[in-house]
Design a protein around this ligand. Structure first.
Ligand code: NI
Length: 179
């Protein structure tokens, strides 16, 4: 496994729509493994293809470490192998309900945290790295994280939801940081 370079805003690769994975090859599995290592190293709770320079519809999510207060509810959303890491191929949201505000950040937009409104609960369908179909019924932090990562696959960043004024403030903050 290897730690990959993270792509930072405003790199145009973060704004592209990703391509559907047509075949789950060893290269895809290796990419997902490397993405997991990169995410844990950062550390973060989610990472999507474009953030490591891939234009494929793949993402990983692991909210295990930050979900302790959710109590028993988290049990049912864990992957079957007992870990809390999801490796998702061609994930899509098939239903959403409710509304929830939370403060989000992104490994590609360092230091910025802003409040975003999202669906409270989502149902996501995807393939895992073995090509098996899986359905995740998520709420709380897992729901937010899944929506954030799937947005990445459509070239959408969490700051795209901010007001123009807020976005200007974020951009000037980032300019000082990166340029
Ligand atoms: Ni992100």
């Amino acid at each position: 496994m290897a730690i990959l370079d993270i792509v930072f805003y405003p790199d145009p690769r973060l704004k592209e729509e990703c391509e559907t994975v047509s075949e789950i090859t060893d290269d895809i599995r290796k990419l997902l493994d490397n993405m997991a290592e990169t995410m844990y190293d950062a550390p973060g709770i989610g990472l999507a293809g474009p953030q490591v320079g891939s234009n494929l519809r793949v993402c990983i999510v692991d909210v295990g470490g930050s979900d302790a207060e959710e109590g028993d509810e988290e049990e049912e959303v864990k992957p079957k192998d007992g870990s809390t890491l999801y490796k998702l191929i061609n994930p899509r949201i098939v239903s959403k309900s409710g509304e929830i505000d939370s403060e989000e950040g992104c490994l590609s937009i360092p230091t910025i945290r802003e409040k975003v409104t999202r669906a409270e609960s989502v149902v996501v369908q995807a393939l895992n790295e073995r090509g098996e179909e899986l359905e995740i019924q998520a709420d709380g932090i897992l729901s937010i994280c899944l929506q954030h990562e799937i947005d990445h696959l459509d070239g959408v960043l969490f700051i795209d939801y901010l007001s123009r004024l807020k976005l200007q403030l974020v951009k000037s903050k980032l300019k000082k940081l990166i340029l």
